[in-house]
Design a binder for this molecule. Structure first.
Ligand code: SF4
Length: 304
């Protein structure tokens, strides 16, 4: 959960409910992917949930205890395997995360270190007799003392060994951020008799979640083989969602149909929709639908 997500966010909203829902590795392995994604909803980066689920299926009822065994599981690379081995099993292996990487660059006064050199340096500094305390201390120093912009070298327990302490901000060299790409889309809310059309997404990015039909921007859209001019459709509003590598900017249109088109199993009532795992963007679309329905209800009351 902590990959790409802040500790505070995870602790306040996700960690405890997820463990309550899946208290053992076996219960996670026995769950359907849809149930796991629903419990993960809001955390984003859904490949993590799919990998966690796959890893549980591969290893339940217990996790392997070696780094090699852990790395053989879906979604577990060297960083995660070392973190589990060091903190769960107290093995003498270094832990590597963003803060530790920064400390290692500064300790060695290195502008850039390759992954391989980083691991070599980490291994060299490791206190093999006290790996748990050492790793925890390195993470704490990185989070609280050797911070990105205001390192407190005068308070740092590593100052004696640190080669970069005279110019800490020079290490590591900062990568220039690429401007975020904007992906413009049309999202179609297809409604028939109080049911809405959503299908499982198949992309690697949001695979397993359900979604409203999403398409390229144009003067018209094609859905289920039929063309619809955008001006025939009712604009419900706009939706913005920031992802790791792009920003989605979508106009949401309502297509009211006299009957269900396509697979009947893809049509859901609003109550059924609450049980489906949806992306953040689709939750925002749903809010627009609810707003429209509320306005219609109020209008009916006043015109009755
Ligand atoms: S002495 Fe300064 S630069 Fe070196 S590790 Fe400590 S805080 Fe970071």
């Amino acid at each position: 959960m902590l990959q790409q997500t802040q500790v505070q966010t995870v602790l306040s909203r996700f960690y405890a409910p997820f463990l309550t829902r899946f208290p053992t590795l076996q219960s996670l392995a026995d769950a359907t992917e849809e149930e796991v994604l629903k419990a993960w909803e809001g955390l984003g980066y859904y490949s993590r949930a799919r990998n966690l689920h796959a890893a549980a299926k591969q290893s339940a009822p217990t996790l392997p205890v070696t780094v090699e065994g852990l790395m053989a599981l879906s979604g577990i690379g060297r960083n995660t395997a070392h973190a589990i081995a060091a903190f769960a099993y107290r093995h003498a292996v270094p832990v590597m995360e963003a803060n530790v990487k920064r400390v290692l660059h500064r300790l060695t006064a290195s502008e850039t270190l390759t992954e391989r050199t980083l691991w070599e340096v980490a291994q060299k500094f490791l206190d093999a007799d006290n790996p748990y305390d050492y790793n925890q201390a390195m993470m704490d120093v990185g989070a609280m003392i050797c911070t990105p912009t205001r390192p407190k070298c005068e308070e740092c327990p590593l100052a004696l060994y640190c080669e970069g302490k005279s110019t800490p901000l020079a290490y590591p060299v900062r990568k220039t951020k690429k401007p975020t790409a904007v992906r413009e889309r049309v999202i179609l809310v297809c409604e028939a008799g109080g049911r809405y059309y959503l299908s499982p997404r198949t992309t690697r990015f949001l695979g397993g979640l359900y979604g409203f039909p999403e398409m390229e921007v144009g003067e018209s859209v094609v859905w289920q083989g039929n063309h619809y001019a955008l001006d025939e459709l009712r604009l419900l509003g706009g939706v913005e969602q920031v992802y790791s590598h792009f920003r989605l900017s979508a106009h949401v249109y309502l297509l009211t149909l006299p009957y269900l088109i396509g697979e009947a199993t893809a049509w859901f009532t609003l109550t059924q929709l609450k049980e489906l795992p949806l992306s953040g963007a689709d939750h925002k679309v749903l809010q627009l639908v609810n707003q429209k329905n509320n306005l219609l209800s109020i209008h009916k009351i006043y015109t009755a």
